[in-house]
Each structure stands twice: as C-alpha cells, then as structure tokens.
Design a protein around this ligand. Structure first.
Ligand code: LRH
Ligand code: MN
Length: 405
C-alpha cells in the first residue's frame, strides 16, 4: 500500500472505524423541517406536511426508525409549545408514542410584533424584559423535558447606519444572556447561535463567532457557541472556526444545512459535501486528541421548501452518516506526522482520499448489522408512510395556502 493511500474501504479496519464512528453518531431533527416553510416570496404547501406537534413527532419517529441515528427532535417554543410548560405533558406522551425525545429548546424571539426593533436588544426596557421572560420560560421548559440545550438565535439588529446604538445593544444582549445563564440547572447548556445578517440587513447583534464566543464566555461556564453552517460569509473558513472553538472548549453544537449564496437552508451536503467533511474531520481530530467524543450537539436546521419533507430529512441523515463515516477514515496519527513534516501532498492525499472513498457499502452493512434498512430512502418509499400521511393531512394543508404580501 503506497504511503498516499489509506486502507481500501472494504478492509476490516475501515469497516471497524466506520462502525465505531456510526455507533456514536446521532443527529437531531428540527421539528420545523417537517412543516410547511417558504421564503418571503411565498410558501409551497405540501399535502403531507406536518401541521401539529403530534405529526412532527410521528415524522421524526419514522425517520429514526429508518435511520437509527435521529433519536431527538429540536423544538421551537412558540411553534411547538405555544402553551409553554402546560404543553410538557403532551410532549412527554408523544416521546413515548413515537420513540424520539425532545432535544434542544429554541426560544422564538423574532416573530412577535413588539420585536420590530429587537428583543433582548430592543431600546425599550419593557420589551427587553418580555424577551428575557421568554428565555426564562424556555429554560424552565428545558428543565421539565430534561433536555440538555437551550439554543438561542437572536434576529436582533438594524437596517440602517446610525439608527440604533450598537454599543448599548451589546450591553442589553449581554444582560439578557447572563440572566438566562443564571437560571440554568446543572447540566443544562445555553448555545449562542450567530448569524451575519437576515432579517436585519445593516447590523446583527450576534453576527459572528467572535461575538457569540464573547457573549457566551461572559454569560458563564454553561454557555457555548452554536455554528450554523449557513451563517457565514462566502469566503469564511468554517472548519477553522470549528477548530478554534474546539481549542477553546467553547463548541456547543452545529446546525447543519447547505447553501450556495446566503442562509439558504438547503439539505446537508447538497452543494458542498467537502465542507461538511472538513468540519467532521476537525471533530474526528478532537475525538482522537482527547480519546473521547466531544460533547457537541449535531443538529439539522433546514427548511424543505421544494423537496418532499420526509424524503429530504431521511436523505439528510443518510448523507450526514456517510460524510461522518468518510471523516472517520482519516488516520489522524499518520496525518499528524505528514502535516508536521510538511509532506504536503502526502498529507492532502491521505485527507482527501478519505473523502473520495465510497463508504456507502460499509454504511449499508452497518445498518444491516443493526437491523436497520440498508437504504432508508427506499425503505421509506416501500413503507407506504408517505401515502398514509398524505391521505391524513391533505385536506388540512389544502386550506393553508398563503401569499407573501
Ligand atoms: C435562523 C435559524 C435559527 C432558527 C431558525 C429556524 O436563521 O438558523 O437557528 O431558529 O433558523
Ligand atoms: Mn440555525
């Protein structure tokens, strides 16, 4: 075997590597990925889309049964628990019924009319207090459901220079995150998600990883940074940001999706699968370095505006497994030696040839060995599940066609 090549995928070592890696790999589904979503130019309603929490849990349960890798579903408070703590008992029932647990709790601080000029960073102290109250409610819901993470994304910002004080908004945001951190139970985490723009188009209060890092650090030890892959400027090196956050032990989790232009929320690996591989390679290095899997939450955050939602979600989990399996093929020990002896081509060949390995046969083998469908997408089609939910839901969905303006 030449020094450039890693062990071919059907060798025992590769299948062991992949099996071990996939046994420890789970990715969280977004409840909103099953619902009708759109852009500002409209929403194309799907007859089989989920319109209730029951249906979202049913769909998530089906994806987990098919893939064995999606045991939790992220919830958005106002979309999924409009009754707040009162809805917890119902969520518990759905967890038992569908075999998936509630995962990260995502507060909604972007849709209410009073948040036009911001939520936690709004110049009006009454509105800031309302936003903090919602964050504290979300923490209590998280405690009641026993999930680990409160995942906070703030749409706060402004559209025109000079119209808002960036400095005072930093302090207001900090105050809110400190109050939220103070309410966390031991073992709970708050994840601070950054995004450079949209819906604000001049400044966003938590716009990049540095701001999120500083906000998290100042909030307290249970605060970490969440990296949404769609929340970066085109030329940003996302895996370098991941490496830094790992180096600082401040990486809490990911929202995976893909994009060609902005926060397009397309399906993972559909535009740039090598990007996801490079991120997973940094995660594998961390696991190798610390001989333990990092406590990083892998989550999907996509809106399936055109693709049929169940297929899109099953496809996403399968692609995530395949890209994670490829990253598991990188021999970190050999790579480190090649990197530190600056054997550039050998290092690159070892790194990229892992990406080029067609691991699908071994991933199918892993599924088969665990009593799972070798091809989850084919199994979804054969299951009749889509026909069943289409019949059950089409009337309700037919009534929800909306226009933007
Ligand atoms: C914001 C975001 C955030 C969610 C939302 C659904 O763009 O990534 O994570 O709250 O999408
Ligand atoms: Mn996100």
């Amino acid at each position: 075997m030449s020094q450039h090549q890693i062990s071919s995928p059907n060798s025992s070592t590769a299948s062991d590597h992949i099996a071990k890696a996939l046994d420890g790999f789970a990715i969280e589904l977004p409840s909103w990925g099953f619902a009708n979503t759109g852009t500002r130019f409209g929403k194309f309603v799907q007859a089989a889309a989920a319109t209730s929490l029951d249906e979202k849990f049913a769909d998530a349960g089906m994806v987990h049964r098919l893939t064995g890798a999606a045991p939790t579903v992220a919830l958005h408070v106002l979309w999924d628990l409009p009754g707040g703590l009162q809805d917890v008992a119902h969520v518990r029932k759905l967890e038992a019924q569908h075999g998936v647990r509630a995962g990260a709790i995502n507060p909604n601080l972007f849709q209410d009319q009073q948040y036009k000029f911001g939520s936690v960073a709004n110049p009006d102290p009454t509105i800031r207090a309302q936003a903090v109250a919602h964050l504290l409610d979300s923490v209590e819901i998280g405690k009641a459901l026993g999930g680990q993470d409160i995942s906070i994304w703030l749409a706060d910002g402004s559209n025109y220079p000079g119209t808002q004080s960036i400095r005072r908004r930093i302090q207001w945001t900090q105050d809110a995150l400190c109050q939220t951190h103070a309410a966390l139970a031991p073992g709970q985490r708050m994840l601070v998600e950054y995004k450079p723009f949209e819906p604000a188009f001049y400044h966003t209060d938590v716009a990049d990883w540095g701001m999120a890092l500083e906000f998290a650090r100042r909030a307290g030890p249970q605060a970490k940074v969440l990296v949404d892959t769609g929340h970066h400027y085109q030329a940003q090196n996302i895996e370098q940001i991941v490496a830094w956050l790992l180096q600082l032990d401040m990486l809490g989790g990911f929202h995976f999706n893909d994009r060609r232009y902005a926060d397009d929320d397309l399906t993972l690996g559909s535009i740039d699968p090598y990007q996801v591989f490079r991120i997973f390679a940094e995660m594998r290095y961390e696991a190798w370095l610390k001989s333990a899997a990092p406590n990083t939450a892998y989550m999907i955050d996509q809106s399936h505006n055109l693709k049929p939602k169940m297929e899109a979600m099953v496809q996403t989990v399968a692609v995530a497994q395949e890209l994670y399996a490829r990253a598991a093929l990188v021999d970190q020990h050999v790579l480190a030696a090649l990197q530190d002896t600056c054997d550039l081509v050998a290092a690159e060949e070892l790194y990229r040839s892992a990406f080029w390995q067609d691991v699908r046969p071994l991933v199918r083998e892993w599924r088969k060995a665990r009593g799972l469908a070798e091809d989850p997408l084919a199994a979804l089609h054969e299951s009749g599940y889509i026909a069943k939910i289409t019949t059950e839901r089409q009337a309700k969905n037919a009534g929800s066609v909306t226009a933007y303006a």
